[in-house]
Design a protein around this ligand. Sequence first.
Ligand SMILES: Cc1cc2nc3c(=O)[nH]c(=O)nc-3n(C[C@H](O)[C@H](O)[C@H](O)COP(=O)(O)OP(=O)(O)OC[C@H]3O[C@@H](n4cnc5c(N)ncnc54)[C@H](O)[C@@H]3O)c2cc1C
Length: 401
Amino acid sequence: MRYLVLGAGPAGLTFANKLLQSGEDNFIVLEKESIAGGLCRSVDVDGSPFDIGGGHFLDVRRPHVNEFLFKFMPEDEWDLYNRRTTLHVNGNVIGQPIEANIWQMKIEDQIEYLKSIAIAGCNLGEPMPERFIDWIYWKLGKKIAEDYMIPYNQKMFSKELDQLGTYWLEKLPNVSFEETLMSCLSKKAYGKDPGHTQFYYPKKYGYGELWLRMAEALGDRIEYNKNVNGIDFTNKTVTTADCSKYQADVIITTIPWLEYEEIIGMPEDINESLKELKYSSIQTEYHEENLDTESQWIYYPDPKLPYHRILVRHNFCPNSKGYWTETNSERIDMEEPNNNFKYMNKFAYPLNTVRKPEIMKRLLNWSKDRGVYGLGRWGEHSHYNSDVTVDLAMNLYDELR
Ligand SMILES: Cc1cc2nc3c(=O)[nH]c(=O)nc-3n(C[C@H](O)[C@H](O)[C@H](O)COP(=O)(O)OP(=O)(O)OC[C@H]3O[C@@H](n4cnc5c(N)ncnc54)[C@H](O)[C@@H]3O)c2cc1C
């Protein structure tokens, strides 16, 4: 066929729908699971939606993306929320980001945390380090590094925090020391807003409903339960675990590169470098109790708690109860066994290791020259949110058509 799309998550679904909308129907989407949506899927738990890949909200920051998505699920089927989130640190319950909300802490902690930033490397004119862990000390100082940033990031990403680089820091809040001081003096947050300051969540469904509708539009052009495990760059074919073989002029791959057990026709050194790609796995777990908070989600750096974040379902999903936790797979044995609903996402966070940009640039340029395009969170091994992957898929469609 002309196009083969691997994976029916937001990236693959967007690319395939753009093809269909343009009148191109010489394509097929292969999906490993029995339903579409990838990390953005939802299931029904205790009478309400549960987003199995963690808390999933549609940011307002890309209006052209949302305009495209609202064609599948109109805007009036969504509620628009202002972000209300909290961070539990050292006995304080404050807003996020920490640098803009120190003013909400106990007064003695305010002094310690302000001192931490005041004598951090970035405020002493020291050059920015190349490793994330050193950057944390450089940006926020020892106290904030050790009470919050290091334990939280270790809980979320993995023990290998010292392997992460600093090229992805636009994902993190960037509040200057002056803005921190302003916030303490005026008792209100200062600085650039973090992501999801305003976001949409479906009124009646989970986030997964959007992607089910996009899949429905594609009809039988998606083949489910097709576990792609091999790719041949010479013949432009992919193989699946059930021994089917597909050939296409253009292949769009949104699945993790580590899913390919066999790669034919790729230079040995590029193939070898794929083994350096790292990721972390996250388990979500449902709890039926309602929580006494207005927050939609809460961050917990405390290493004694296995989970790093909870999503307070009753604060963003109408007529629901309960909450769910997000826990790195490496920390799960610390939890008491129970019968709560749980879902393990093997591929949750692509890790931003120091060498990743170099590895991915070489891989993606090389494969693009052969008509195989890496796209989305896993195709590009980048920590993208769903609106970003949709945007990238729309751009790739424009580039190819
Ligand atoms: C904890 C957490 C919270 C998040 N919160 C948000 C949020 O609030 N807002 C937001 O916008 N984004 C959020 N994201 C990011 C969002 O999940 C991703 O951006 C989005 O799912 C990426 O879409 P994708 O299509 O690139 O990848 P995926 O969603 O991972 O889709 C890849 C698809 O490929 C399929 N596949 C995998 N292997 C194979 C194989 N071997 N053969 C065939 N098919 C295969 C998968 O089953 C899947 O359907 C969050 C992610 C996590 C982990």
